[in-house]
Ligand binder design. Sequence first.
Ligand code: ADE
Ligand code: ZN
Length: 325
Amino acid sequence: MSGLPKVELHLHLEGAAPPAFIAGLAQEKHLDIAGIFDADGNYRYKDFWDFLKVYEAATSALQSPRDYQRLVSAVLEQSAASGVVYCETFLSPDFCGGRDLGAWREYLHAIREAADAAERDMGVTLRGIITCIRHFGPDKARETARCAADTAGEWIVGFGIAGDEKVGAPKDYRWAFDCAREAGLRLTAHAGEWGGPESVRDAVRDLEVERIGHGVRAIEDLALVDELAERGIVLEVCPGSNVALGLYPTFRDHPIAELDRRGVKVTISTDDPPFFHTTMAREYEELHKAFDWDDGQFRKIARQSLDAAFCDADTKAKIAKLLEA
Ligand code: ADE
Ligand code: ZN
C-alpha cells in the first residue's frame, strides 16, 4: 500500500516529531523532559489529556525557526516514505513565537524553506493550516487568528482549532474564525472526537467550517450523518489515532467504512503519527485488513481528499496528475 499516492489533510506538525528528534533537541538545550519517554524511547502517555501534556512538553524542545526547519525535513521524509504526495499540516503561532507576528513570520519563513526543499528533493508538497488551541482560550485564539490573517496566502491556506474539545464551545471562537475567513482562509475544526455528535453540529453551525477534524462520532446520530453527506462536509478521519487513544477498540470497530457507505466524504490521516505508532502506509494496511478496501477504494479517497484540500487550483492540478499515475 505504500506505493499508492496519498493525500494527508490532518497532521499536527509538532505531533509528527519523531521522539528521538525531540530527545536530541532536549539534550542540546539541557532540557529535562525525560519523563515523556518510555524505556524504548517512545512517547509515553496514559490518555488523551495526558497526551496533550506530553505533546506540549515535547513541543517545548522546539525553540527556534531552525528547530522547526529541521522538524519539517524529518516529518516530510516520513511522509514521502509512505507515498504521500500532498500534505496539509497544522501549525500554531502559539508554539512558534508565542503569537508575536514578527517572530511567527520568521518561523514561517524557515518552515517554508524546508517545505520547498522537500518538494524539490522528495516530491511531497506541503501547505499550512494555522490552528488555535482550544484550551488556551478565546483571547489567545484571537491573537492566533490575527497572525493567520496576516500570513494568509498561497502557502498558509486554512485556519482551524485543536486541543481539548471539552473546554468551552465552538461559538466562543467565532471571532477568530470570522477573522480567518475574512482573510480568505478555508476552515476546519476538531470535533466529534471527544465530544459527541452535538459537537459536530455546533462546529458546523457556529464556525461554518467545511471540514471537521475527526468528526467520527457523528455516526451516533444518523440524521447528522445524512446532513454531512448532503452538505458535502468532509471528515479528516484518523483511524489509528482513534484506536490508539481508545475511542474504538480495533480498526474493525471504527466507523470510517460505515460513514463512507452512507455517503460522507471521508479522508485518511495520521494526526500525530509517532504518538500513535502509525504512518500513512500503516493506516492503509490496517484499513485494507479491516474492511477489505482495495486500490480502487483508496484511489477514490485520495481523489476526494485532493478535492477537499485548501490549496489553489494550480497546485491541485499538479497533484491530480500524480494521483492518476
Ligand atoms: N492536538 C494534537 N492532536 C490532537 C487531537 N487528536 N485532538 C485534539 N488536539 C490535538
Ligand atoms: Zn488532530
